[in-house]
Design a binder for this molecule. Structure first.
Ligand code: PMP
Length: 402
């Protein structure tokens, strides 16, 4: 009997998922439910205007809606105030913002940054660029044998030279969940700051930045059933206050003269230019949607799907499962003698969409001794029938490749 006996019955909310299509690539991007699509259509089709500048009623209303979206995001992650939320293009931009603005004042020659072996390129490259600018160095926390960030090793490695620790809350390849609280305590024990990359966590579990005890938290709306082109950076207010701006332009200023410009307080200081107004409204609608279901329920639903998927995949002798058993909604695997791209192509012929590749985590692939994996990742719309389709597809893969 499949563990996900009573799946969430939400697939009907997703008009872009036709019957019989197993969409197992939510870790790349989530499909959009009708309430999010409607919120976006309403904003462009009925209530659209710019924010923060208009003297007319429509613009004032849109400003209220935009700032209400910021409040919604703040509540969603347990921020103390909406002013702690900076709207960005996505997690990538959020990490680049911190690696530019925070690092501009806080990272010096000889300092060190601590990352882990399983980080997404977007939580590696910005730190390399920041480190190169000032002559800092990067260290890498290894993984446990089941694919978690090894916090015991981190505790042994960290030194007062480490000024920043940046870790994935949930791995986009292995689904492993970090004990963010403990990681924060270890970072703070030497006075380092800690950034958690919450891209894969916020769609899959309740997140509370206060309980995590971190300093920065980043995520993208499009993995949370919201639109692309928008995401959020949460930071402790005293850190945001001390950070210089990065992009100059409209909306981020207090007063401009040709002699001197003074800047707006956060979050405006970090939001130069006309923002992604409708994106913010779509993100708030996505938060309403997942909270309407309940993040605890979503987590349990995906845990059941992971259990079923691992059980179904382990029936194949040629399949090697990667990552811990209690991974959050993500199962990576390889099929002996078959390139993951071929696995993906054959599965697609059976209307099963998975991801195959390095998942923007080439250092992790190197550590695993692989150049790619196949990855099935789940969302609220998946059910046991999708796991069955995956298993049928894999039968075909093993038949074709003997
Ligand atoms: N971190 C993780 C763990 C991710 O899964 C992703 C997206 N694959 C990112 C960062 C980057 O997110 P985005 O491309 O939306 O900026």
């Amino acid at each position: 009997m499949l563990a996900a006996e009573r799946p969430l019955d939400t697939v009907h909310d997703f008009p872009a998922i036709p019957a019989g299509w197993a969409y197992l690539d939510t870790a790349a991007t989530a499909q959009k439910p009708r309430p999010v699509i409607d919120a976006i259509a309403r904003a462009y089709g009925e209530t659209y205007a710019t924010v923060h500048r208009g003297v007319y009623q429509r613009s004032a209303d849109m400003t209220l809606a935009y700032e209400a979206a910021r409040r919604r995001v703040a509540e969603f992650v347990g921020a103390g105030s909406p002013n702690e939320i900076v709207f960005v293009r996505g997690a990538t931009e959020a990490i680049n913002l911190v690696a530019t603005c925070w690092a501009a004042q806080q990272l010096k020659s000889g300092d060190r940054v601590l990352l882990s072996m399983l980080e997404h390129h977007s939580n590696i490259v910005p730190w390399q660029m920041a480190a190169e600018r000032v002559g800092a160095a990067i260290d890498v926390v290894p993984l446990t044998s089941d694919g978690r960030i090894d916090l015991d090793a981190m505790e042994r490695m960290i030194t007062p030279a480490h000024k920043m620790v940046a870790l994935a809350h949930v791995s986009n390849v292995l689904g492993s969940v970090l004990d963010g609280r403990r990681a924060s305590e270890i970072a703070h024990s030497v006075g380092a700051r800690i950034l958690l990359d919450g891209c894969q966590a916020v769609p899959r579990m309740p997140v509370d930045v206060a309980a995590l005890g971190c300093d920065f938290y980043v995520f993208s709306a499009h993995k949370l059933y919201g639109p692309t082109g928008i995401g959020a950076l949460w930071a402790r207010p005293e850190l945001l206050d001390a950070m210089p701006p990065w992009q100059g332009g409209g909306a981020m200023i207090d007063r401009v003269t040709f002699q001197r410009t003074t800047y707006a307080p956060p979050p405006g200081r970090f939001e130069a230019g006309t923002p992604h107004i409708v994106g913010a409204l779509g993100m708030a609608a996505a938060i309403d949607y997942v909270e309407g279901i309940g993040l605890d329920r979503i987590h349990a639903h995906e845990a059941a799907l992971v259990k079923d998927a691992r059980e179904a995949l382990s029936q194949f002798n040629s399949v090697r499962l990667l990552g811990p058993e209690d991974s959050a909604g993500i199962v990576s695997f390889t099929v002996e003698g078959v390139h993951p791209h071929d696995v993906g192509t054959i599965l697609d012929e059976g209307r099963v969409a998975i991801r195959a590749g390095h998942h923007c985590a080439q250092p992790l692939m190197d550590a695993l001794g692989l150049d790619a994996t196949a990855r099935a990742s789940f969302g609220v719309y998946n059910g046991p029938e999708d796991i069955e389709a995956l298993a049928r597809g894999l039968e075909r893969v093993t038949r074709i490749f003997g």
